[in-house]
Design a protein around this ligand. Structure first.
Ligand SMILES: C[S@@+](CC[C@H](N)C(=O)[O-])C[C@H]1O[C@@H](n2cnc3c(N)ncnc32)[C@H](O)[C@@H]1O
Length: 364
C-alpha cells in the first residue's frame, strides 16, 4: 500500500512515508485528521459505512441526479462534452463511459486544487480529457483554445462541492470554525471577510434578502455594521454569533431544542452564509453569462444541462431555456425541473434541493 499525504490535504499522490498526526479519541473528528476519508478509494469499507449513514466522506463529493443527467443529455460515442464544473469528476466519469476514446471531455473549474486532484484521478482514462482552470463564463475562449467551433454537450453542476464546503479553511460553512474566505477561485481579490467589512449596511441587507430570502436581513446587516466598528470580522464563528444575536436566539438553547425535537430546520446562519458565498463568487453573474453564450458554443442538435441548488439560479435557467425555445434558439427544453427521487435524498441528503433542467439547440 502506498503511503499517502496524512496531513489530510486529500492529495492522493503517493508520498514519502510520514507519521500520522495523533488525534484525540478513537476516531478523527476534524476534517484534516480524517486521513482515511481523504483517500477513500483505498478504504472502501469506510466509504460504505459513511454512505449508509447518508454522509459524504471528507475530501470527496457524491454526484447528484447522475442517471437523469445521462438519460436526458444522451452522451454518445465520439461526442465532445464540456463539463463546466468538474469538481470531483463524478458526472464526468459517467460521461466518459458513454463518449469512449473517440470522444473528448473538456473539464473546467475555477478551483485549482480540486482541478489538479481530479486531473490525477482521471489520468488513467482512455478518453482524452483536457483541463482548464477557467470560469464557465469564459467557455467560448476555452473552445477557441481547443480549436473547436462547438461542442455536443454543455453541463454545469452549480455551486460548491462537498470538499469545498467541508474544508474549514475555505470558510464556506457555518458548521466549521475558519477564516471567512468563501472564494472558490483564490485569484479573486475579495473574500467574504472583505465584503462583510466593506459593504454598506444597505448593501449587506439587500444581498441577504435578494440572494437568500433572509427575513432578518436588516437586523443582521445592522449587527454586522455595529460590530465591525469594534472588531474586524474575520472568522466564521464571529458571523454565526452575530446572526444568532441579531435573531435573538441563544445558541445553547437552540442546540438543545434541535437535539430534543430532532427537527431538521435550517440553521439560523445558513441563508446569510449562502448569500455571502454567492456574492463573493458572483455566482449569478457567471451563470447569466454562461446561459447567454451557451447556444453559440453548441453544435446543431447540441444539449445543455444545468443542475442548480438555489431558487434564483433555477429561475435564471428556466427563463433562459424558455426564452430560447420562444426565440427559436432551442428546439425544446424541459417543462418542469427534474428533482431527485426519495432514495437519492435518503442516501445523499445534500441532493435534496437539486433541480436539473435541459434544453436542445435547433438542428440544421
Ligand atoms: C457541485 S461541484 C461539481 C461536482 C461535480 N459535478 C462532481 O460530480 O464531482 C461545483 C464545482 O464547480 C466549480 N465552480 C463553481 N462555479 C464555477 C464557475 N463559475 N466556473 C467554473 N467552475 C465553477 C466549483 O469550484 C466546484 O468544484
Amino acid at each position: 500500500m502506498n503511503a499517502f499525504d496524512e496531513s489530510g490535504n486529500g492529495d492522493e499522490q503517493p508520498l514519502k512515508h510520514q507519521r500520522r498526526r495523533r488525534y484525540s479519541g478513537t476516531h478523527p473528528k476534524n476534517f484534516e485528521e480524517k486521513y482515511k476519508e481523504h483517500n477513500i478509494t483505498a478504504y472502501p469499507e469506510i466509504r460504505e459505512h459513511l454512505r449508509a449513514k447518508g454522509k459524504t466522506p471528507a475530501g470527496s463529493h457524491i454526484p447528484v441526479l447522475v442517471e437523469e443527467v445521462i438519460a436526458y443529455l444522451k452522451p454518445k460515442s465520439g461526442e465532445i462534452i464540456v463539463d463546466c464544473t468538474i469538481g470531483y469528476g463524478g458526472h464526468a466519469s459517467e460521461f466518459i463511459k458513454h463518449i469512449g476514446p473517440s470522444g473528448k471531455l473538456i473539464a473546467l473549474d475555477v478551483d485549482n486544487t480540486e482541478l489538479e486532484r481530479t486531473r490525477s484521478r482521471l489520468s488513467g482514462e482512455s478518453v482524452p480529457v483536457s483541463f482548464h482552470r477557467s470560469n464557465f463564463a469564459g467557455i467560448g475562449k476555452v473552445l477557441k483554445k481547443e480549436n473547436l467551433d462547438g461542442c455536443d454537450i454543455i453541463f454545469a453542476d452549480l455551486g460548491v462541492s462537498s470538499m469545498q464546503i467541508d474544508n474549514p479553511e475555505r470558510g464556506m460553512s457555518y458548521k466549521n470554525e475558519g477564516p471567512l474566505d468563501m472564494r472558490m477561485d483564490d485569484r479573486l481579490k475579495q473574500t467574504g471577510a472583505d465584503l462583510l467589512n466593506s459593504l454598506s449596511e444597505e448593501e449587506l441587507s439587500e444581498a441577504f434578502l435578494e440572494l437568500a430570502d433572509e427575513s432578518d436581513h436588516q437586523k443582521i446587516a445592522h449587527n454586522i455594521v455595529t460590530q465591525r466598528s469594534e472588531h474586524v470580522i474575520t472568522q466564521t464563528s464571529q458571523l454565526v454569533d452575530l446572526i444568532f444575536d441579531a435573531k435573538g436566539i441563544i445558541k445553547k438553547i437552540w442546540r438543545q431544542e434541535r437535539r430534543t425535537s430532532k427537527s431538521n430546520s435550517l440553521h439560523p446562519a445558513a441563508l446569510v452564509f449562502q448569500a455571502l458565498r454567492i456574492l463573493v463568487n458572483d455566482e449569478l453573474g457567471c451563470l447569466r453569462e454562461l446561459l447567454r453564450v451557451a447556444p453559440y458554443c453548441l453544435r446543431p442538435g447540441g444539449r445543455i444541462g444545468i443542475i442548480s441548488f438555489h431558487s434564483g439560479e433555477d429561475r435564471l435557467v428556466k427563463h433562459s431555456f424558455r426564452d430560447g425555445v420562444r426565440n427559436g434558439i432551442y428546439q425544446s427544453a424541459v417543462e418542469e425541473a427534474i428533482v431527485p427521487q426519495f432514495e437519492e435524498i435518503h442516501s445523499n441528503p445534500r441532493s435534496a434541493s437539486a433541480k436539473f433542467r435541459w434544453a436542445i439547440v435547433k438542428s440544421l
